[in-house]
Design a protein around this ligand. Structure first.
Ligand code: CUA
Length: 322
């Protein structure tokens, strides 16, 4: 938040600086007056009588009403101006990229209605373009927050769809977080916004649209089809209940918390995506307590060998777009 990288975040940062600056000036003036009064009007040695009592001063009261009024007006004008600018609806702007964001316990879904593609956890955007967002939730109240790109926008449970927009000035990977306490794994409900060149973005869209890649080994493919694709989707196959897995090997993380060493961020504690995938599949509740993924071993009866084969397949399922 203190290192803004996008238009909206920059404006919000400027507002923070403006309000803190006004606060500091007010504080210095008040402290200076207080110090002056303490020293100038202190009780001197031998002084016994009560000082002169003053009851109201019209001029003084006008001054200390007018000054805060002016300060609040300055704050108000700039804040309201930004509220309208950042609440601007770019959904019907031909130059904006539209993304429908759906929050789930405890993951994020990103649909691109103009391209007919859906992904999860990594939101890929073109640099320097306005990204028009429609935000909703599939279950409880969450809040969409990418600190270095834009402030928080709630995903409401009453069916209303919130609009927002973001714009990244430079290519890079930006951390996103859920900013509304939503359950046991709220703290792990992270995502990434990956801003790439326009050519890379178009290449990504094309590779997302390519036909699904399934495990080569027919036995593994069968397990994957019957057990995983009932909830998850790859390419044009599978269901919409769990996160879409198309090209999951190219993502920055597994399940948003296990950092892949193949990712482009500078994160520490990274591991190869295949190791992360195996760690996740062998015990999803360990990493993200309360998540809705059935345990592949306990609930679905997969063997260790099958889990390892599926982890390898998913880790190798990469998209080439950079
Ligand atoms: Cu979703 Cu906190």
């Amino acid at each position: 938040m203190l290192r803004p990288q996008g238009t909206v975040a920059q404006g919000q940062f400027d507002l923070i600086i403006l309000s803190i600056s006004i606060m500091v000036v007010v504080m210095l003036v008040v402290f200076a007056i207080a110090a002056y009064v303490w020293i100038r009007f202190r009780r001197k040695p031998g002084q016994q009588d009560v000082p002169k009592q003053v009851e109201g001063n019209f001029k003084l009261e006008v001054v200390w009403t007018a000054i805060p009024l002016v300060l609040v007006l300055i704050l108000g004008v700039f804040t309201v101006q930004k509220i309208f600018a950042y609440g601007e609806d770019y959904w019907n702007d031909k130059n904006a990229v539209r993304v429908q964001v759906t929050a789930h316990l405890f993951w994020w879904e990103f649909s691109y209605p103009d391209y007919g593609i859906t992904t999860a956890q990594d939101m890929i955007i073109p640099t320097g373009k306005k990204i028009a967002l429609e935000l909703k939730t599939a279950d409880v109240l969450h809040s969409f927050w990418v600190p270095s790109l834009a402030g928080k926008t709630d995903t409401n449970t009453d069916g209303t769809v919130n609009k927002a927009w973001i714009e990244a000035e430079q290519e890079g990977v930006y951390l996103g977080k859920c900013a509304e306490l939503c359950g046991q794994s709220h703290a792990f409900m992270e995502f990434k916004v990956k801003s790439v060149s326009e050519e890379s973005f178009n290449a990504w869209v094309e590779s997302m649209k390519a036909p699904a890649v399934l495990p080569e080994d027919p036995a593994v493919a069968e397990v994957f089809r019957t057990q995983c694709l009932s909830c998850h989707a790859v390419g044009d196959q599978g269901g919409p209940i769990g996160p879409n897995l198309t090209g999951i090997g190219s993502r920055e993380t597994v399940a948003s918390i296990l950092l892949n060493s193949e990712g482009s961020g500078n994160a520490v504690d990274t591991r190869p995506v295949q190791e992360n995938m195996e760690a996740w599949l062998k015990d999803p509740q360990k990493w993200k307590p309360g998540n809705r993924m059935p345990d592949p071993k306990e609930d679905l009866g997969l063997t260790d060998a099958e889990i390892e084969a599926i982890a390898k397949y998913l880790a190798d399922y990469k998209l080439s777009y950079e």
